[in-house]
Design a protein around this ligand. Sequence first.
Ligand code: PLP
Ligand code: ZN
Length: 425
Amino acid sequence: MSSILQCIECAKQYPINRVIYSCEACGGLLDVKHDFGSEASRFAREVFDERLGSLAAPYNSGVWRFKELVYPGIDKAAIVSRMEGNTNLYDVPRVATFAGVESMYLKHEGENPTGSFKDRGMTTGVTQAKLLGMERVACASTGNTSASMASYAAYAGMQGIVFLQNQQIAMGKLAQGIAYGATCVQINADFDRNMELVREVSDRLGIYVLNSINPFRLEGQKSIMFEALQQLRWQAPDWIVVPGGNLGNSSAFGKGLLEMYEVGLIDRMPRLAIIQAEGANPLYRHFRAGFKSFEPVNAQTIATAIKIGNPVNLQKAIRTLEWTSGVVEQVSDEQIMDAKAVIDGAGIGCEPASACSVAGAKKLVQNGTIKRGDSVLAVLTGNVLKDPEATIGYHANQLAGITPGYRNRILQADDNIAEIIRLLE
Ligand SMILES: *Cc1c(COP(=O)(O)O)cnc(C)c1O
Ligand SMILES: [Zn+2]
């Protein structure tokens, strides 16, 4: 069972143990390509269903349960896993009503060990770092990648190095990077510039880069689709909706869905809708302009996890849109925060960027792209505890340019029983 790295533009191949993030010949992004062989029974639904609830490593992980599709040739002993994945799929009528569809599933990736889907990519990325003999790993991050990498690096006994922008990083995420013992460097530059810096510095110092430009990250993130489809008894929904920042997830979903279709785990391809914030919408613009000439944007949005103006996985995301007859939509910060308030208020909870998927689904229903009766699966990418300032600011009506539609005011009372009773009546 062999795997190789292959350029998505010119198909040039590289051995799996090369430290390389883009094609030497043409600069294109690289895929990890697996030889799945011809033995279809290896990929029977029953094989993966039997492992559900397994107590033994590595199948107790929601990523490595699908080992044959994620990294077929790997020695189990090399795997660095925190039993990530295994996240719940919720059927929430209140959120479906808000979006305007009859039913909507929420796949809650905020339930991962460090509170975001990044853990699924980090188990494969850090495992590869270990296989390569790396002692140091680095990433640029809007917050969740650093939180996840810091945890997995520490767990694997490596030094994690995090390049953070010095503005607008959510408190929960910054706290995690520090707590897990990463070397945290706040840099006076936005995410897109930090991404360039981390590649240059890592190249010079021989550090392994664990941003989603690293194709091993995406191999882990594919498993969101594997697991969600398994939870749906392998019946593909009409739509899968996901927020888009650096477009790693969107890219991983396309690859994962296509592989599932090719090995016969699903009978049809769902359509993918990628949702961006209006202030960080380079893919949306590119899509609307028929993919003519790409223009990065200067990103600005309250959804800091997707505050990215020059997404590294652009070409893979475009390929995914082709494979899935996908669409791209944009939503305002107010629409994001209102959708978040509805998801939170239903008892589920998520961080701002995650609410894009529900806000985007609602908009796509309004403009007729998604039909009322379509089955929709929306991915919630991060945990409600990640960005408390955004949540409290919304409910206190203190966010510039946002009028909260679903406020939960904090009531104030003196130490007086009659007054408190009056308030509660
Ligand atoms: C990283 C992240 C995103 C963006 O995902 P991409 O793969 O970069 O498009 C969205 N939401 C949350 C919570 C994230 O952490
Ligand atoms: Zn190439």
